[in-house]
Write a protein that binds this ligand. Structure first.
Ligand code: SF4
Length: 290
């Protein structure tokens, strides 16, 4: 399987174009722009309720250069399964069918359809673009919101840890599983190239910061996505048939405190919370990198 070796090899064509409806510095828009470089024009995208559902446009205007279907919040992987079945019955095999959901449409409201599609080993790619909050409804906390992050409905900090969606999805034994980050575009694009070449259920989870929910400046999206990897709270790896391979080892390790202090949602955390999140980052780093 051929994958791009350098950023210079990546096609200049844009299948998710400028002029979309996302905020400036939107990590979600960046993620989809990068992924489409690998997926290419023979792709059908299905998106449930989320910022992404509106960013791409509606009515007579759209930033998408491929067919795009908007499904209900809870059922993107089920709808994608149906699209796949409809293509199969027509003998059309060369189209990537992608359900592209936020963390709510993946880990919470959409989880029932996701686990069903994964268990059935549907021949689709499910992407979670993860901004760690419910941004299309005002930034409320969800199950992957980090411990002690302040959101409109957790004004003193989320009292519970982030749900480990990667462990949950790995337990389904998908044909391909990967994490990605908008700060590492070549790694992200290579993972979509690999996923595209594999049959069966594929799951890619992208950390895609949202400046509004995180309390950062709009020009800090990529910086924070990179710092998440450098501090160990986000790891970049892939699993094929359950065998894990780390794809990025950060050039430097930074303390979690450096990552947290730039984010308004963590402005009131105490030393005990910093220590707890540092311990979490160290544990994840050991688990994945070992
Ligand atoms: S609110 Fe956040 S996720 Fe939604 S469009 Fe704006 S930057 Fe992107």
């Amino acid at each position: 399987m051929e994958v791009y070796k350098t950023l210079a090899e990546i096609p200049q064509d844009e299948l998710f174009t400028g002029g979309h409806g996302g905020c400036r510095g939107c990590g979600a828009a960046l993620a989809v722009r990068q992924a489409m470089k690998a997926l290419g024009p023979r792709t059908i995208i299905n998106i449930p309720a989320s910022c992404m559902a509106t960013i791409g446009g509606s009515g007579l205007t759209t930033a998408w250069m491929v067919p795009f279907y908007h499904s209900l919040f809870e059922c993107a992987p089920a709808v994608a399964s149906g699209i796949r079945a409809a293509l199969d019955i027509q003998g059309i095999k060369d189209v990537n069918v992608v359900s592209w959901a936020g963390d709510a449409g993946t880990a919470d409201i959409g989880f029932q359809a996701l686990t069903g599609a994964a268990e059935r080993q549907e021949n689709i790619i499910h992407v979670c673009y993860d901004n760690e909050t419910y941004m299309n409804t005002g930034g409320q906390a969800g199950s992957v919101t980090p411990y002690q992050a302040v959101t409109p409905d957790t004004p003193t900090g989320k009292p519970t840890p982030r749900k480990d969606m990667l462990a949950i999805m790995a337990a389904h034994r998908p044909a391909y599983l990967a994490t990605a980050s908008v700060a590492y575009p070549l790694d992200l694009i290579q993972k979509f190239q690999k996923a595209k070449a594999i049959q069966g259920f594929r799951y890619i989870h992208i950390l895609a910061p949202c400046f509004r929910g995180w309390g950062i400046r709009e020009d800090q999206t990529v910086q924070l996505a990179r710092m998440a990897v450098e501090c160990g709270l986000w790891q970049l790896y892939e699993e094929v048939d359950g065998r894990r391979r780390v794809t990025v080892i950060p050039e430097r390790r930074i303390p979690v405190r450096e990552y947290l202090k730039l984010q308004g949602r963590f402005k009131n955390i105490d030393e005990a919370t910093v220590a707890a999140l540092q311990a979490e980052a160290d544990r994840r780093f050991r688990e994945v990198q070992s």
